[in-house]
Design a protein around this ligand. Structure first.
Ligand SMILES: Cc1cc2nc3c(=O)[nH]c(=O)nc-3n(C[C@H](O)[C@H](O)[C@H](O)COP(=O)(O)O)c2cc1C
Length: 206
């Protein structure tokens, strides 16, 4: 297990006014190179006792300085974010030999934006959102299947509404680090940090 990084490619952040532009193009490139879930990212949150918790979610929204994901608003991650809105994020695409790390502050997504995304989801995913008390104990798989069937019947012949317990979080990005794997462990790293106006740019030793 001693991987030789071939070449993640030269690293350059061409437009400091748009620090997340490179993230967007790396997600696209990972997709083109065959990544099944190029928008998968690990997010870490902190709970009351100071312990951190990480899990994968999907990047499903992005603008110049924010990224967003969707989830159950009663889940552990949502409760943790409501208590402490600091969040860190990491992407890794082995196909590209590239990593992106972000840090920032999360806030709940406005309802109209949640509705817009909900309306794009397959019906069965919408039903599943109603059926899951995410992060709570489940007695059996049958219980979940029964709930799914219940909501399928309940919403038969009508649009599935957005459950009150389902929504999203927007992360206002305060720092972003791009990493590209290079031969001989001489990897490239560029750290961008948000200032009062604009972004600071520096290279880091690998
Ligand atoms: C590739 C991948 C993508 C996932 N995407 C999401 C997502 O977008 N939203 C979500 O709530 N959970 C997603 N999950 C499940 C979470 O990792 C996690 O199990 C769940 O959200 C409960 O986390 P919590 O108990 O820390 O709140 C995903 C899991 C994987 C493996």
């Amino acid at each position: 297990m001693n991987k030789q990084y071939r070449d993640g490619g030269d690293l350059d952040v061409p437009n400091l006014d748009k620090p997340l532009e490179l993230l967007e193009s790396w997600v696209k490139e990972a997709k083109e190179k065959g990544s099944e879930v190029p928008n998968a990212m690990a997010i870490s949150t902190v709970c009351n006792d100071g312990k951190s918790h990480s899990r994968m979610v999907l990047l499903n929204y992005q603008n110049d300085e924010e990224i967003g994901f969707f989830t159950n608003l009663n889940s552990n991650k949502a409760l943790e974010l409501r208590n402490n809105n600091s969040i860190s994020v990491v992407f890794w695409w082995p196909e590209l030999e590239r990593q992106v790390r972000l840090e920032g502050k999360a806030r709940q997504m406005p309802a109209n934006q949640v509705l817009d995304y909900h309306n794009t989801r397959p019906r069965k995913s919408q039903i599943a959102a109603w059926s899951s008390n995410q992060s709570e104990e489940l007695q059996s798989r049958e219980e979940l299947a029964e709930k799914f069937n219940f909501y399928e019947k309940k919403f038969e012949g009508m649009d599935v509404p957005v459950p009150e317990h389902w929504g999203g979080f927007l992360i206002t990005v305060e720092s972003v680090e791009y990493w590209s794997g290079r031969p001989n462990r001489l990897h490239e790293r560029i750290l961008l940090t948000k200032l009062e106006t604009g972004w600071n740019h520096k290279r880091l030793y690998p």
